[in-house]
Design a protein around this ligand. Sequence first.
Ligand code: AQP
Length: 334
Amino acid sequence: MNKKKLVFSGIQPTGNLHLGNYLGALKNFVTLQDETDCIYCVVDLHAITTFQNPNELKKNVLETVASFVATGLNPDKSIIFNQSSVTGHSELAWILNCVSRIGWLNRMTQFKDKAGSDKEKASVGLYIYPNLMAADILLYKATHVPVGADQKQHLELSRDIAQKFNKDFNCKDFFPLPEPLIPKNVSRVMSLRDGTKKMSKSEESDYSRINLRDEADDIIKKVKKAKSDSEQIPDNLKVLEQKPEALNLLNIYSEISKNSLDKVIKEMSGKEYSHLKTKLAELLISEITPIGKEIEKLLGDKSHLQQILKKGTEKANFIAEENLKNIREKVGLI
Ligand code: AQP
C-alpha cells in the first residue's frame, strides 16, 4: 500500500442512504479511489449505538455495500468491508477510551443532538462513539478522511486522541494526525422540510430527504413539497442566508448542475421557486435514479455483496493486525 496518503471513511447502515450522504461523502469517496489507497467501511458498530432491529441491520449492511458499489466504488480499487468483522476496531477503541478525556467528549455537539433532552437514557456507546471513530481511522493510520461538515468535530477529536497517544507513549508521529476532506460547496445538505436541520436517515418524515432508491415520482413529489419561500428568488446571497430552505435548494441545484452558487443565483433571481423546483427535480432524477436502479440490481445477488465484504475484510484485517501489534507493544500489552 502507498504509505503517503491513505483514505478511510465509513457510513452507518441505518437505512436508506440519501442525497446528504451522496453529496457530503460518497461522491468524494469515488473520486479519491482513483487518486490513492482507500478503505471504506460500513460502520455497523456505530449503528448499534442506537437500537437497531437485528434483521433490519443485516439487510441494511448489504444495502449500504450495494449503495457504495452503485455510486461507483470499485471493490478491486478500494477496500470495502464491515466494521464488526475486523475486531481490531473494538480493541483499539478500548485503548483509546483510556487515552481520550471525558471533558473532550462532553463537548461533542452530535451527542447532544442525538441524545436529545434525556441524556441519562442515551446509551454509553452513543457517548463514546467518537472514540470508536478515532479507532476506525487510526487502526489503519489513515491520513485523510472524507466526511460531511457534521463530522468535523469528531475528526478534530481523533486528531487530539492521536496526538495524546503519541505524547503519552513517547512515540512522536506514530499515529498521523488525520485530516478531514470536506466538500467545499455542499458540506451539509439540509432537510427539505427544515433548512436548519441536516438531511438525515433517522428523520421521521421521508419528505425531508431524497433517498438514493427514490423513484422519479418520489423525487418530483418531494421537491415540489420542499419548503422554500413565498417571495421570488432573490438576487443575492445575503438575503438568501436568511432563508435556509431556499438556500438549501439552490445549493443542491448548484452542486448537481456543476455551476457555482453565484451563477445559479444569477440564473434564478426574480423567478418563482416552482421554476427552480422543476429544474432541480429533473436534474436529481437524472443523477439519482440510475444509482437507485443499480442498487436494486446489486441487491438481487446477495452472495456477490457478501463476497465483496469477505474479500475487503481479509485485506483490512491484514493491515489492522500489523498495526495492532505495534500499538499493543507501545502500550505495554503482551
Ligand atoms: N445532510 C448531510 N449533508 C452532508 N453530509 C452528510 N452526511 C450525512 N448526512 C449529511 C455524511 O455522510 C457520511 C455518513 O454519515 P452516517 O450515515 O454514517 O452518519 P450520520 O452523519 O449520522 O448520517 P445520518 O443520515 O444523519 O444518519 P442517522 O440519521 O442514522 O444518524 C458522513 O461523512 C456524514 O458527514
